[in-house]
Design a protein. Structure first.
Ligand code: ZN
Length: 462
């Protein structure tokens, strides 16, 4: 494999508290040197890439992605999903187990590993199911899932309702040193809700999904972490109460963590009432960098690309998620990339499946709401996409340590671009962000020293 020298970039490696201009040398798929003198150590035939004006950081990790493979390959495949990840700047993804069949046995884990080795553009790590067929009734064989190489267990898309069963899952997970990731949803409270329970669901005549339906299970998980000592990770947090509970639990030193997705800290339930309602109220000046200048794209009321689970919540909830990210309560950023076929979403709001794609927009949205809005430094933002998820999952990733796998992301935090429906690597187009003027974009994604994706390196070419 050819060696590669990235020159003139701003190297950010939060795990090593590094944020300074430096060159980065990759040899044989590993990080060989970082620093001003990295070039001196390069072999004579080294390939050079000028990354002046760009950020060079550990290959980003998205620990919450639905690749839909096996079984739902009309929505996405390992090839298309990982291609979208690479374009978004992600060198590693963790795929969720709600496939067909569900990832509840060693055989399915092996199948995904094999396909990912052949077709994957980036590293694919597998999350196993907590219960058989994600049915919430009987535990999956957690020990054999661990031996097969899963990095976590979750019933994502579903939530184990029986506290006793969840307790036993936690006890096994602790024994096998796996984090338990939970999609927090109390079925008896949420019933058949399709959007946030508040002003807008009443105005629109849609059934409500109350914030308490999430908070109830976050509280349950905190209690189970305390009882069992297992590492409990609450997925895609959307509600202010969840952040409050998590903050208090972390203060007490409990092994709990949380993640947030850009749609929950960018949009609100007003978006379900259409673009006009959104831009005139909750959407006002949300992108701090260009308040008033954002050409608000238009969409109709009841647009099913704004139907997610958990749902888009109130402006107060959105603010609480942003605060949780800023003060470190929420350590991890991710997309919950959830592709669906066009025909599935082209139905009444009530009947459409929950979920949106996100791999190609999450970095830009996170940059806008966290970095450009001055809530987080670039280094703290990068940490939530690298060292923090790697630590939770026990991966030897997320740093630029000498000798580490050369997973490297190069991005331009400032470049402005518009997300275009025709310009995606995903098989699906269920994103609410088409036509949005975004700021910040991946320029190159390097996986194990190999260029998984290279974008327009205009800034670097200058
Ligand atoms: Zn989920």
């Amino acid at each position: 494999m050819k060696s590669l020298l990235l020159t003139g970039g701003r190297v950010i490696d939060p795990a090593n508290r590094l944020d300074s201009p430096a060159d980065l040398l990759i040899v044989d798929g590993k990080i060989a040197a970082v620093g001003k003198d990295a070039g001196a150590k390069a072999p004579t035939d080294v390939e050079r890439m000028n990354v002046q004006g760009l950020v060079v950081c550990p290959g980003l990790i998205d620990l919450h992605v639905h690749l839909r493979d096996p079984g739902q390959t009309a929505k996405e495949t390992i090839a298309t999903g990982t291609a979208a990840a690479a374009r978004g700047g992600f060198a590693s993804v963790v795929c969720m187990p709600n496939t067909s069949p569900a990832v509840d046995s060693a055989g399915t884990v092996a199948l995904i590993h094999e396909r990912a080795a052949k077709q994957g553009a980036v590293n694919v790590f597998v999350a196993g199911a907590i219960t058989k067929n994600i049915g919430g009734e009987e535990l999956a064989s957690i020990g054999s899932l661990k031996r097969a190489g899963v990095v976590a267990i979750t019933d994502d898309g579903h939530c184990v309702q029986s506290h006793e069963l969840m307790r036993r899952a936690c006890e096994y997970a602790r024994m096998f040193d796996l984090p338990v990731m939970d999609h927090c949803q109390d079925y008896s409270l949420v019933t058949d809700g399709v959007m946030h329970e508040g002003y807008w669901n009443t105005a629109l005549g849609l059934r409500g999904w109350p914030a308490a339906g999430e908070e109830m299970i976050v509280a349950r998980n905190i209690l189970l972490a305390e009882l069992t000592g297992a590492r409990l990770h609450c997925q895609h947090l959307s509600a202010a109460g969840s952040v409050r509970l998590l903050r208090e639990a972390k203060k007490r030193g409990l092994p709990v963590s949380g993640e947030a997705c850009p749609h929950h800290f960018t949009l609100t339930d007003a978006a379900v009432a259409g673009s006009e309602k959104f831009w005139s109220a909750d959407g006002k000046g949300i992108f701090g960098f260009a308040a008033g200048a954002v050409p608000g794209p238009a969409w109709p009321a009841y647009d099913t690309n704004f139907k997610t689970n958990p749902p888009l919540r109130s402006a107060g909830d959105r603010e609480a998620i942003l605060e949780g990210l800023a003060d470190g309560t929420i350590e991890i950023l991710c997309s919950d990339h959830a592709p669906h076929c066009g025909y599935e979403k082209e139905v009444e709001f009530d009947y459409a499946p929950f979920g949106i794609t996100g791999l190609e927009t999450e970095l830009a949205l996170a940059l806008a709401q966290l970095y450009h809005a001055k809530r987080l430094s670039l280094s703290d933002l990068v940490a939530k996409y690298s060292v923090a998820p790697a630590r939770l999952l026990g991966l030897a990733k997320g740093t630029l340590n000498i000798g580490a796998d050369a997973d490297v992301t190069v991005f331009d935090p400032d470049c402005e671009w518009t997300f275009d429906k025709g310009d995606t690597a995903s098989k699906s187009t269920n994103s609410p962000f088409y036509g949005w003027r975004l700021r910040g974009r991946a320029v190159a994604t390097i996986v194990g020293g190999r260029k998984a994706w290279i974008g327009q390196v205009e800034a670097a070419a200058a």
